[in-house]
Design a protein around this ligand. Sequence first.
Ligand SMILES: Nc1ncnc2c1ncn2[C@@H]1O[C@H](COP(=O)(O)OP(=O)(O)OP(=O)(O)O)[C@@H](O)[C@H]1O
Length: 591
Amino acid sequence: MIKALVVVPYEGLLEMMKEVSQEVEDIELHIELGNLYEGVAIAKNAENEGYHVIISRGGTASMIQEAVSIPVIDIQVSGYDVLRILTLVKGFSGKAAIVGFSNITQGAATICKLLDLDIKTLTITKDNEVKGKLTGLKKNGYEVVIGDVVTMQAAKQLGMTGVLITSGKEAIMDALEETRRSYRLFSRLQRDITLMETILDSDEHAIGVFNQDEKIVYGNERFHNEFHWLNLDNATDVKKLIQETTLTNEKQVKLLYINNKLWKITSCPIKDKVALFFEKTHSNQITTHSGQANQTAIELHTSASRTPISGKSEAIQKVLEQIDLYGDREEPIWIMGEQGNGKELVAHSIYLKRKTADEPLITLRCDVISAEQLKDLIKDDFFQKYSNRIIFLKNIDQLNSYMQKELLRVLKDESEQKPQWIVSSKDNIEERIKNKTFHRELFRLLSPLQIQIPPLRERKEDMEELVPVFISDLHPKYGNKVVGIRDDALEQMMDYDWPGNVGQLKHVMEQLFLESQSYYIEKAEVDIVFKRLKQQEKWNDALSYIDISGTLEEIERQVITKVLEDEGMNQSRAAKRLGINRSTLWRKLKE
Ligand SMILES: Nc1ncnc2c1ncn2[C@@H]1O[C@H](COP(=O)(O)OP(=O)(O)OP(=O)(O)O)[C@@H](O)[C@H]1O
């Protein structure tokens, strides 16, 4: 049974519709009175309530059509309706005109022409145009206006005679026939759409279709599940991809990192829209490794760091030459050096030399990834999938022996093509191989080319270049209050051993920059920061003896014991340092 809502703009039609509804059996007709905006509001509700079709008339029908997505049938003004009204107005004295939406005026104009009647026809596109048209007619001596409800209302306000074109039964029967036709067509289309939607919803890709303003117009179930938390409209990389696809009108494939996840996105132009297919790999499940807040195992650098490598030492000059040389080759490169020594920076420089297209550098954080995650990646053929990419295995020495073996299996698999590898590790790797904590074969396969970066303490002259570079790097962030460092302050810095190397120097420079009181960083300021640094080191040292795998009480006990030792077993001094009184300290030791 077809469920139709009839929105009638005037009462007479309501009565007639009620009469007709008694006669039809295949359409369930619900009739409501409502003109223009009222009618639209009623129709919108009906759509939500599951009506199949809406039937209305004139301007109200046109406005409803704009507002709903189910079929809207217009009770057309029939030739009989116009003839009926023209016969009526023939008896009127005074000039007459027909004013209304095109669905009323078009037919009327033809009939007037055929019958050679002197009746003017004026077409409106919006209800608010009626008043202006009628005012003009009145000025030109017209007294009678024929039209829809909206025309009647305006005529009344202007003191003109308004004649409503009412719909006869023939027009209503025609509309019902049209309702049946539209319903059949619409249900067939709806069935096809439902089938297509079901197919798209069962696809394992997340699919989103965007218009040229980068606004989403369709998303399959997967898309909404994956991205309900993400306002994709604002993801700049996605926007860029849509713009590029629109511009080139060509299919594009990109790896994008959206909210900590790696996606392979295929972007296709479809008429004036762009469809994005988001491919999910196991790597997407790689999120935070327990204990390492906010660190992801896979990082994607679409534009790798272009920080220039500074340093005038022979060691750094050699590194630069090696980057230049190895940048043109394809074999794996192993970069060795202490923590914070620029290994990642060197890896980025090599990537920038080697990359051929706009592909991102894929960094696998071996210090963050879990065995489970690595297994997932291998199972998902991650390394084969990205075999035309450059993959940076950062801190490879952090892999446990099981994970080393898994990786080795990938490397030894002759049947598959491999990505270009860049690897970084601490420089004690030979020692690790000797004491069998690192796999010799893995090292051999990944290190045909090697770059060794000596620690900063062995190339202190580099600090003369690094310090001003870091100061100028801080200007955009904190302003240009500091412009340099006093010679004696720099010397003081050079005396230090820098266990955290350039990364630590960079961090200390930031502290000095922020704390400095003048244009030049003074030695006294360096002293203060160093004092704090040494205190910190002492604590780190102490903490390194403390095993944090135990309960809070066990850890507390270890801290108390360490402080006590530090204070020569003097309980008063230890209690003071810990901010507790002596009896509490004593009690805690006894527990
Ligand atoms: N020669 C250099 N010139 C300019 N900046 C440098 C240089 N070496 C290192 N840096 C900077 O020092 C910081 C630490 O460097 P990077 O992260 O490359 O070290 P790493 O050896 O990979 O460290 P880790 O082993 O701790 O991960 C970065 O901000 C990097 O840009």
